[in-house]
Each structure stands twice: as C-alpha cells, then as structure tokens.
Design a protein. Structure first.
Length: 165
C-alpha cells in the first residue's frame, strides 16, 4: 500500500497511536490509553487491527555497529533479465543481505549487505552473490560513513514522529 493511501486510511485515533509508538514502541496499552484519553480495550482492539492489516509491526531495532557489524556495502548487480525474480529471491535468502530491490538504470538488482569486515563483504559478494546462475557482473560500493539511517518511512498525520509527544 502506498504511503499516501495508507495515510489517508488512518483515522485520528489510529494516527495518534502510531505517532506515540514511533517515539517509544515500548509504551503499554495502558499508557497509550491514558495519553490519548480512551479506554485500554480500545487501544488493544485498534492495535490488533493495525497489526492484522499489516499497517503496524512492532519490533526491536538494533544498532549494527554496537553489535560488531561495521562493514556495509551497496552491491549493484547486472543480471540476465529473464532470471531477475529468481536471482532476487536467492539473494534475499542470504542472511547477510539486509535489502534487495529490482531496479532500473545501470544495474538490474541492488542489495545492501551488512557484515563484520570488508573480508566478509568480499566472501559474500564473490561466493554467495556472484555465483548465482544468471548474475553477469557485480559492482560493490563500500559505505565509509553513514550520515543518516532511519526507519521512518513517512510522516503520520502530517507530523514527524519526533514531534509526537
């Protein structure tokens, strides 16, 4: 569902619940109910519907560098067009791959890998990605400095998550 359509399908209560959870995903149903001014059962029902519809997924985010994953690379892949879906699906199954997308432009597939070292990136690209039948060529760009990493994909209710208090 596109962000515009998703945003237009949320009422004020659902929007407020999401805004609060984006700031602190550990808030209890009781806390959400108190801040918003509705019953806890209303919050529980709304959260269940948001999760079941695929609008909301509550998860823990980790900081890769704090866990020793200090090497990140963007891998651009040139592939046989007839095998794009199959290649992309195989790449998506590689645990070190954090993102895969079929793209337009200079490459056919782009993926992001996150590993402990540049040597690990080399092993993953040469032995796990480049060896997939139909992969013609790879071009790897090592990320030397991350300027921004966010998991907010759009603004809810016309406000940034940080402004939701």
């Amino acid at each position: 569902m596109s962000p515009a359509r998703l945003n237009s399908g949320l009422d004020k209560l659902n929007t407020r619940i999401i805004e609060l959870l984006r700031v602190d995903g550990r808030r209890s149903n009781r806390e959400l109910a108190r801040v918003i001014g509705v019953s806890e059962s209303t919050i529980r029902k709304r959260l269940r519907k948001l999760r079941e519809s695929g609008v909301l997924r509550i998860t823990a985010l980790t900081e890769p560098r704090a866990l020793g994953y200090t090497s990140e690379a963007i891998v651009s892949i040139h592939a046989e067009i007839a095998k794009l879906d199959a290649i992309s699906e195989r790449i998506a199954k590689i645990p070190e791959v954090r993102y895969v997308g079929i793209t337009t432009g200079r490459s056919d597939i782009t993926c992001v890998v996150l590993l402990r070292s540049v040597d690990d990136i080399y092993e993953t690209v040469t032995k796990k990605i480049a060896s997939i039948p139909g992969v013609r060529q790879t071009e790897t760009s090592i990320t030397v400095k991350v300027i921004k990493r966010t998991y907010d994909w759009f603004e809810v209710g016309g406000r940034k998550a940080a402004s939701a208090k």
